[in-house]
Design a protein around this ligand. Structure first.
Ligand SMILES: [Fe+2]
Length: 484
């Protein structure tokens, strides 16, 4: 009756959202459901509940906003049918955030992106379930990969989510941990921007809201901000819905193109909102959920040519065809300069999308020695393997291909020195973020997605501390990838 399991969404002070989908009968009749939230897994102490109807208009999915709960604690929840023989969903766990004005001493969450159902295991998801003490999982999109040409209608998009939710380890993750979710382009079609076919974009977003524990505010807006008391502000931004189209030519040696000053990935309204959140934040930390990496990713740094070509634009180079913030250079510089000008406190971006692990110190102008480090970008690689980068190098044996990729990592680090601190083109996994008033520690956790029994391991770890203007590299059990 509950084929997709259950899920809980954004932790809020004393509130959260819960979600499920039911299998309708052949006629698609509405299905009444009882929902309940309890302090204990046996539901002896129910603290909230009600009736909700799953109907065809929403794909027989329901999202319930639950409030009136205590702040800063875990609860259990489930759904039940109302017939003579009631059927119950599995039990999920939800979490509320600490109260506004409180001073929590710890937050621990994980983030990642990009899960493909074709070839490898969802064992990163199993590992996330087993991670001790996570408060939620931040999923930064490419949750599904629709067909660019075949997924067009709401029903098409719904079918894709149903297919992904057949993964039992994905359902387990949702039952265990709240998800703070944002879409990337896999949820629409490759390379989506604000100028796609309006009906298709609306259909894709409708199916998204039907399949996540997130209430559509009425205009399908998804960017929002969470708070963890006075410890952290957690804006989650939408880089896709309002953006100008990507630029194909990523060789920056003349004005225009990616350096066109009007180009935007956030849109004017969202950029203003984000600056308001960051500028007004009094929390110890600002951790931004950012679906694609904001670090510059130069394959060749051409700044050395300035001696011969004083007319070169700022930050010239050949950039990776990555379809991310490199396409919006002026807006990025403006946002990072805002952090400097407004003396916004310590800030980091939690990013996804590229299938490559990248850890970077961010400056408004990477080529100007006096430009300050104002934030950090931690970009997670993919949760599953698709495609395996070792298979993209022709007929090279896997070991040799991996060595070539490690050489490429070292090359990219030199072209983006000294700010790019870590790169891993090969491996999959997720990042774990430990936040206290004194420090933020971000650990890259890698896992062999070909081996269903594989265990995750610590491959890189960096620490941010207020007053220390660079990332501090910490020791790990099994360093993997290229770092400095
Ligand atoms: Fe992806």
């Amino acid at each position: 009756m509950f084929p997709d399991g259950v899920a809980a969404g954004d932790p809020r002070p004393g509130a959260s959202t819960i979600w499920t989908r039911v299998l309708p009968d052949a006629g698609g009749a509405p299905v009444p459901l009882l929902w309940s939230v309890a302090e204990d897994p046996s539901f002896a102490s129910v603290v909230a509940g009600g009736l909700v109807v799953a109907d065809a208009g929403r794909g027989h999915a329901v999202t319930v906003a639950v409030d009136g709960l205590d702040a800063d604690r875990w609860y259990h929840y489930r759904f039940e049918t109302t017939g003579d023989v009631a059927e119950s969903s599995r039990t999920g766990r939800l979490r509320t955030a600490p109260a506004v004005g409180s001073s929590p001493d710890h937050l621990r969450f994980a983030f990642g992106s990009c899960q493909q159902i074709t070839s490898t295991w969802f064992n990163a998801h199993r590992a996330l379930v087993e991670e001790p003490g996570l408060d939620f999982f931040l999923h930064l999109g490419d949750y599904v990969y629709v067909s660019d040409t075949g997924t067009l209608t709401v029903e098409d998009y719904r079918e894709v989510y149903r297919r992904w939710r057949r993964e039992p380890l994905l359902r387990d993750l949702h039952a265990q941990l709240p998800v703070v979710a944002m879409w990337d382009d896999g949820e629409f079609y490759n390379g989506v921007d604000a100028f796609g076919p309006a009906e298709r974009l609306v259909a894709a977003k409708q199916a998204w809201f039907e399949n996540f524990p997130q209430v559509d505010p009425g205009d399908q807006r998804l960017y929002r901000s969470l708070q963890w008391g006075g410890l952290a502000d957690l804006p989650v931004i939408d880089v896709r819905s309002y953006r100008d189209p990507a630029v194909d030519d990523l060789v920056l040696t003349a004005p225009g193109g990616v350096a066109e000053p009007t180009r935007t990935t956030l849109g004017e309204e969202q950029l203003g909102w984000l600056k308001g959140v960051l500028g007004g934040s009094t929390a110890a930390w600002r951790l931004i959920g950012n679906p694609y990496n904001i670090n510059p990713w130069r394959l060749v740094n051409l700044e050395f040519l300035r001696f011969f070509r004083p007319d070169l634009p700022t930050n010239p180079g050949v950039y990776a065809p990555n379809e991310a913030w490199d396409d919006y250079m002026v807006e990025r510089r403006d946002l990072l300069q805002f952090l400097a000008d407004e003396q916004v406190g310590p800030t980091a971006f939690c990013s996804g999308h590229t299938h490559v692990h990248l850890t970077t110190e961010l400056k408004p102008d990477v080529d100007r020695p006096g430009s300050p480090i104002v934030a950090y970008d931690f970009c997670a690689g993919s949760l599953t393997t698709d495609p395996d980068p070792r298979n993209l190098l022709g007929d090279l044996p896997r070991d040799a291909a991996e060595e070539v990729l490690r050489v490429a990592e070292r090359w990219v680090l030199t072209q983006n020195a000294p700010l790019l601190r870590y790169m891993n083109l090969v491996d999959q996994g997720y990042l774990v973020v430990d936040v206290t008033p004194e420090e933020v520690v971000v650990t890259t956790r890698l896992i062999d997605t070909y081996d269903p029994d594989a265990e995750p391991y610590d491959a890189a770890r960096y620490r941010i501390r207020p007053g220390v203007d660079r990332l501090e590299k910490l020791p790990v059990a099994r360093p993997t990838g290229t770092s400095n």
